[in-house]
Design a protein around this ligand. Sequence first.
Ligand code: NAD
Ligand code: GLY
Length: 373
Amino acid sequence: MTPTDSTRFASQTVHVPLSERSYDISIGTGNLAEVGRWITSLRSVTHAVLISDDHVARHYLEPVSESLKSEGIRVTKLVVPAGEPSKSVATSQELWEKALADRVDRKSSVVALGGGVIGDLAGFIAATMTRGLDFFQIPTTLLAQVDSSVGGKVGINLPAAKNIVGCFWQPRGVLIDTAVLETLPKREYLSGLAEVVKYGVILDPEFFEYLEANVQPILDRDATVLQKIVARSCELKAQVVAEDERETTGLRAILNYGHTYCHALETVSGYGEYLHGEAVAVGMLCASRLGEKLGVFAPEATERQHKLLTALGLPVDVPKLDEAAILSAMQRDKKVEHGKLRFIVPHCIGKVVLTPDVPQDVAMQAWTDGYAS
Ligand code: NAD
Ligand code: GLY
């Protein structure tokens, strides 16, 4: 069977064109029950190492496992504690050893069932076990459906740095069932919306307008609107990844709009205080104010983002934190080159530019101007 057979398991399919690493993202509502047939339509799978966390497992591990078994697939179920600490060397070692104990071999596949933590961790296990196993993603948070399951970045954390050990390991396919978002806690759902807004600002003014016009159905997790926003976000990310898979040309860096401020906020406030999307919301507004200060972005466009993010229940004010610590955290950003701060700066809704040589005092003014008045 060809990969396009996966269209049978979705109301919408987004293709990620990466030559021999190309794959489809199959997006539907209620298609989780068909995961077994979906996987066998893509590859001949006889053994699946199914990795999940204890929150997600409670709802979805058995249905997914049963669906795989009904296609004659032997399933090894591995469940880790929910949360960022599971993206660790210790958990990886535990998973490698348990997979080995259950006779993993080079024909086995890894299936990630969970949010971004599980996608990153299971992808890392897939990339490293027996020097690389086929990998399938079933993302269950909004953030994972619109961002982390697309593009092949997998990895774990070290105590001193997040996502510092890892690689690019593209999945063979991604199955998105937007119905699983019904069980996602509200705060996690809203946090994922920040990345959705990000796609509108960096690439697609019409999509941004669509979000502005559909705030209530988005908050209500309306099935039709969810399909649309997940699919459009995946399409936009897929376009960027297809052109700059390994972040070598600078294009993929635009996905980091707002993230220099966001990472500084996450670091200085202490991981866990802000969910990632919440910090992205605050960071995007800092980057917009930076655009204003550099004379390339209109204040009205910052205002539109402020209004939309507020309506979506996301934080917008910068909290009062140690400013020297914020600056020092920004200086450790991956985009810093030869000690110079570089930011993804918006020029209009739908266009951002990687901007080198941003003076530190201007970058910090864009931060402090965001304090609640
Ligand atoms: P997460 O995976 O920790 O999930 C958030 C919480 O929601 C967890 O408690 C989880 O158990 C629970 N959950 C997940 N799906 C659920 C569902 N359907 N119903 C009920 N509960 C559910 O967090 P996340 O925000 O999805 O991912 C964050 C991670 O993603 C970070 O580690 C980040 O580094 C990574 N990330 C990776 C990329 C990438 O390109 N690889 C991009 C962005 C973020
Ligand atoms: N989340 C940023 C990237 O995938 O490149």
